[in-house]
Write a protein that binds this ligand. Structure first.
Ligand code: FES
Length: 233
């Protein structure tokens, strides 16, 4: 076992485990957004930033950084809370997250993080991009205005369903998730209509059709239930 400290508490972890896994085992909360149990971690959102005291205070994403013997990790501090809040504010400023009219209001991981981190205002100018809603599919729709580009839909589709319908298209602020390299969803021949992307999406971007404000609840844990059962046959 590897011995380290998280927030001053001695913690043991197996080689290859991440700081996030070690912290969860020890009952220490580190907020996440792009991470989802059952999918491979990618470290893209930076909400889970932690500080490594004996690496000169270096900031690393806990979900993709493996434990090492003797690490002294700060998982919760005023500095980290401020940094995580800033990351969150940038996410809110980048697109159009209007909780009051969102189908996922009350069941949204972005909204929950804003409450947890005390984000009562956004200090960056909003971009207000006019992005499309693709409601071409008979069962689901994607509203790019609410997407946080966490890539959970992309990984759920490729790693759990094996359909590889979703991918990223474009660059920088123009990046969007897109089915079958950018066709309207209804024309995506690889889509099996399984709905795993809906369950993986942490916000109100990919949802079931016909939901009114605050009606869309999701079950992201279904992905870990599926992936845990597979090795058992
Ligand atoms: Fe670790 Fe997104 S949860 S970077």
């Amino acid at each position: 076992m590897i011995r380290l400290q998280i927030d001053g508490r001695p913690v043991e972890a197996r080689p290859g485990q991440t700081i996030l896994q070690a912290a969860h085992q020890a009952g220490i909360r580190i907020p996440t957004l792009c991470f989802l149990e059952g999918l491979s971690p990618v470290g893209s959102c930076r909400i889970c930033l932690v500080e490594i005291e004996n690496w000169n205070g270096k900031l690393v994403p806990a979900c993709v950084t493996e434990v090492e013997e003797g690490l002294r990790v700060v998982a919760n501090s005023p500095r980290l809370r401020e940094l995580r809040r800033r990351v969150l504010e940038l996410l809110f400023a980048e697109r159009n997250h209007i909780c009051a009219i969102c189908v996922s209001s009350g069941h949204c991981e972005l909204q929950d993080l804003a409450c947890e981190l005390g984000m009562d205002s956004v200090r960056f100018p909003y971009r207000f991009p006019g992005l499309a809603v693709d409601a071409s599919h008979r069962k689901f729709l994607i509203d790019h205005n609410r997407c946080v580009l966490c890539g959970r839909c992309v990984r759920a589709c490729s790693e759990v369903e094996g359909a590889v319908t979703w991918g990223f298209a474009g660059r920088a602020v123009h990046t969007q998730v897109a089915p079958d390299l950018g066709v309207p969803w209804v024309e995506a021949e690889s889509c099996t209509e399984c709905g795993k992307c809906v369950q993986a999406c942490p916000v109100g971007a990919i949802v079931e059709r016909g939901k009114a404000t605050a009606e869309q609840e999701k079950r992201p844990q279904v992905l870990v239930e599926i992936t845990e059962r597979r090795p058992r046959g």
